[in-house]
Design a protein around this ligand. Structure first.
Ligand SMILES: N[C@@H](CCC(=O)N[C@@H](CS)C(=O)NCC(=O)O)C(=O)O
Length: 125
């Protein structure tokens, strides 16, 4: 069984992990960690996510603890043999776009979410 540590106000980074868990069909339990949203981080959350960010997963089948959405996608693909082809050339295509997303799209979307919704408050765009 996998624990998914998350918050209710789902950002793209968080949705990536949820969608991958859904697509791979793995059973998982959602654990909310945001106090403002009625969640409660476990006392040892720093051992799960040293940067105190979500998403993070704990796989009780293997003992693996993974934070960073891209690393979670990669781990779940490896675990299930899905969405990450074995062929080196095709596999590199997937890794290339994963790296592009986590290095470029993810941070920009994260800042957009933070400054438009959290700092400025909800508004119509
Ligand atoms: N690069 C990280 C970014 C993780 C991140 O910044 N997560 C945000 C939510 S999207 C977070 O945990 N923020 C702390 C908070 O909202 O309390 C990833 O892709 O997982």
């Amino acid at each position: 069984m996998i624990d998914l540590y998350t918050i209710r106000s789902a950002s793209p980074n968080i949705r990536k992990a949820s969608i991958m868990l859904h697509e791979t069909g793995l059973p998982y339990t959602v654990k909310y960690v945001e106090k403002r949203e009625g969640g409660k981080p476990p006392d040892d959350f720093a051992a799960i996510s040293p940067n105190a960010t979500v998403p993070a997963i704990q796989d009780h089948d293997t003992g693996a603890i993974i934070f960073e959405s891209g690393a979670i996608l990669h781990y779940l693909a490896e675990k299930t043999g899905r969405l990450l082809p074995a062929d080196l050339k095709v596999r590199s295509e997937v890794i290339k776009w994963l790296m592009f997303e986590v290095a470029n799209v993810g941070p920009v979307m994260g800042e957009l979410y933070h400054y438009m919704l959290l700092e400025a408050g909800p508004r119509s765009v």
